[in-house]
Write a protein that binds this ligand. Structure first.
Ligand SMILES: [Zn+2]
Length: 204
């Protein structure tokens, strides 16, 4: 079975299964009102679950509402560990499918919808643009190093290599000199953000 077909089937399987959810990350973490444990995220199936990560300032893909408030149960590892299981909720404020806040009280979440202003929207926009540039740079570097390594290996195998004369090979000299060039390349491009690494593991 071709890999592409397998990927499509796996995706369909994941979307049908009950285990799929999205994660809303709190920045900064929210202290549990019950035990004070810093809670970094909440998982939710309230949107169109696709194993996506969201923060305040992100557009919710497949948001079930255009604007309004959605309740979600908040799991606290601290309370669970000490068995003080009082159920907590958080409320998402969603404004034109944009997540604009997460609150302990529904009234606060409702109130938030009235205070979204243009300066905040610009901040969200700037953050996304900056993130896109970072990803662009990272991809360009990874692609460039892979391309150069591949060219080098092709030329080396056909015996027509003039390594010192080619600037492309000079740029990746530390990779070429490594015992395991591909491994070195992978290490060079390791995600700085641990969330990006889990992204690799989740890739379907
Ligand atoms: Zn707690």
């Amino acid at each position: 079975m071709p890999d592409s077909v397998l990927a499509v089937l796996q995706r369909a399987y994941y979307h049908c299964s009950m285990g799929i959810f999205d994660t809303v990350r709190f920045d900064p973490p929210r202290p549990c009102p019950n035990c004070g444990t810093a809670i970094a995220e909440v998982q939710t199936k309230a949107f169109d679950p696709g194993l996506r990560d969201y923060r305040v300032g992100d557009v919710i893909v497949g948001s079930p509402i255009l604007s309004g408030v959605i309740r979600e149960e908040l799991y606290c590892p601290g309370c669970a560990a000490t068995d003080r299981t009082s159920r907590r909720s958080v409320w998402f404020s969603i404004w034109h499918t944009l997540l604009v806040g997460v609150y302990d009280e529904p009234g606060q979440a409702e109130q938030r919808l009235q205070t979204v202003d243009r300066a905040e929207l610009l901040d969200y926009l700037a953050r996304h643009q900056s993130n896109a540039l970072t990803w662009h740079d990272r991809f360009s570097r990874l692609y460039g190093e892979l391309q150069n390594l591949h060219d080098y290996q092709q030329k080396r195998d056909s015996g027509e290599i003039q390594r010192e004369e080619d600037l492309r090979f000079f740029r990746i000299r530390e990779i070429l000199d490594a015992d395991d060039p591909l491994g070195e390349l992978i290490r060079n491009n390791k995600p700085v953000n641990p969330e990006d690494e889990t992204e690799v593991g989740r890739e379907d």
